[in-house]
Design a protein around this ligand. Structure first.
Ligand code: MNH
Length: 460
């Protein structure tokens, strides 16, 4: 077997493989720990599934070479196809629905398209600010629950003209809660017994919950699409309208109903969990680095003095260079998507080891973003690493929070615009106070998120 010579975790045993030393609740953080012992490329095996984990900058850069490697539909993405089918994120690159949807949707995600979304993004951020104003003097806020309300509402309104109206309740939206459980379930897929009847017994409770969550999520998606179909005369300018009425310019073909439903599900989730995680980590880092927060505020005050109410225009967002570096540095230390799956297109070698066509490989962004190649103190939060001259002095290809190549993130500009806009209004309005004694703990449910993060907000 081609992977037999790769290093692997100690105590590997028959049948279970590395299950005893694995950490299903925090798999990629466990890979980072293993890297210290096993080096830049190693093999893990859970039951009968091998995964080659790649974390050395040189090998990672090679793995991103689109001529030799492409996206792999890894075990957990395979499991996600039960929910999202062949929508953009979970499609095989060879499936015709991938290029069809990609061609139809690309224009809606170009930087210039963000101009059309700016006002809705701003209105939604103001919804969060109003919600936080009421709570600012009343203890701390539950950061991730609230950033998640913001980002789900933003993508729902901009993508599909749908309102969850999350700021009318304090609990997470039931849709967000169901999706979060579903993703946690999918993220653990590789760690459940790969024998369906045994899995059905051992994980009975979890599977029952998953089925009921799926039913609920499908209902919401159908409701989103139904409410549009019932209003055929309406004027809409959103992703849903684009998907229902635009043909692929290359083939002249439309997306079918089932695929549209899968895309709506994919965008609601891809568009919300990742951006809310980015905002939550950024707020944590800003609260614990008041010097950085102050510098970001100075920049904000040059556009909107301290005693004014900011009214950001589309173009203003791109003037906030320092705040953008804060976001870049946040995504370096805490890449919300901690890695991505790749596979060789043909048998080849990587880091001196033979790797076979189709072999499951994982590009471990979380580790590469913390490699000594970043400088003396790679764990320090230092937004000025992203000053152009310092970026130029590093090797290219070691910063990939949005993935790589043709299957990289379509929502990158969307996420960056929303994140910078939200942080601008939050920092301009509040001083962020960390909770005494809070130690950052990071959970993994496909994406990374801070656990139990609460901040005090003091109106400035
Ligand atoms: Mn997003 C793919 C990270 C925000 C929609 N996204 C990816 C990938 C990464 C990623 C990494 C590649 C996954 C892979 O190779 O398997 N995405 C992010 C991060 C943020 C983010 C870190 C926020 C910060 N993503 C968004 C937003 C949207 C979105 C916002 C939509 C509005 N992302 C997608 C879609 C894909 C994707 C769709 C799949 C693209 C494709 O395969 O064609």
């Amino acid at each position: 077997h081609s992977t037999s010579t790769l290093p692997h975790p100690p105590h590997r045993i028959p049948i279970l493989g590395d299950l005893l030393t694995a950490d299903p609740a925090r798999p990629t953080q466990n890979f980072v720990d293993l890297t210290r012992r096993l080096g830049p490329i190693f093999d893990t095996k859970i039951f009968n599934q091998h995964l080659t984990v790649v974390s050395g900058p040189a090998q990672y850069t090679e793995l991103c070479d689109e001529k030799r490697f492409g996206k792999h539909i890894g075990f957990s993405i395979q499991a996600a196809r039960e929910l999202a089918g062949d929508a953009l994120f979970s499609a095989y690159s060879t499936e015709s629905n991938w290029s069809r949807a990609h061609n139809i949707l690309m224009p809606a995600f170009a930087l210039s398209a963000m101009k059309c979304y700016h006002d809705t993004m701003l209105e939604t951020v103001r919804g969060l600010i109003a919600y936080w104003d009421e709570r600012a003097h009343d203890g701390t806020v539950d950061v991730h629950t609230d950033t998640s309300k913001l980002t789900l509402e933003t993508i729902a309104r901009i993508g599909f003209g749908y309102h969850f109206d999350p700021f009318t309740r304090t609990k997470p939206d039931p849709y967000a809660a169901a999706v979060s459980r579903l993703f946690a379930f999918l993220g653990r897929s590789a760690y459940r017994i790969p024998v369906p009847w045994m899995e059905a017994i051992v994980h009975r409770g979890e599977i029952r919950q998953k089925n009921s969550d799926m039913t609920y999520v499908r209902q919401v998606i159908d409701d989103v699409i139904q409410s549009r179909r019932q209003d055929p005369g309406g004027q809409f300018d959103d992703l849903l309208q684009l998907m229902l009425t635009t043909a692929d310019p290359e083939t002249g073909q439309f997306l079918d109903d089932e695929n549209v439903r899968n895309q709506v599900f994919t965008f609601l989730n891809a568009g919300h969990e990742t951006t809310s995680g980015t905002l939550s980590f950024a707020l944590h880092l800003l609260a614990t680095h008041p010097d950085v927060a102050d510098q970001a505020r100075d920049e904000l005050h040059s556009l909107w003095p301290a005693d004014t109410d900011p009214d950001p225009e589309f173009g203003d967002i791109h003037k906030l260079r320092y705040l953008r570096r804060v976001v870049d540095e946040t995504l370096r230390l805490w890449p919300i998507a901690p890695g991505f799956f790749r596979e060789p297109k043909q048998d080849t070698t990587l880091g001196g080891y033979t790797v076979a066509a189709g072999q499951a490989m994982f590009a471990l962004t979380l580790q590469v973003h913390r490699d000594p190649v970043w400088g003396e103190d790679p764990l320090a939060f230092d937004p000025d690493r992203f000053l152009p001259e310092r970026t130029r002095s590093r090797p290219a290809g070691i910063y990939k929070p949005f993935g790589t190549g043709m299957r990289s993130c379509i929502g990158r500009q969307f996420a960056l615009h929303e994140t910078v806009l939200a942080l601008a209004l939050i920092l301009h309005r509040y001083d962020l106070e960390p909770e005494p004694g809070y130690q950052l703990e990071v959970a993994e449910e496909f994406t990374l998120k801070p656990v139990g993060l609460r901040l005090g907000l003091r109106r400035l």
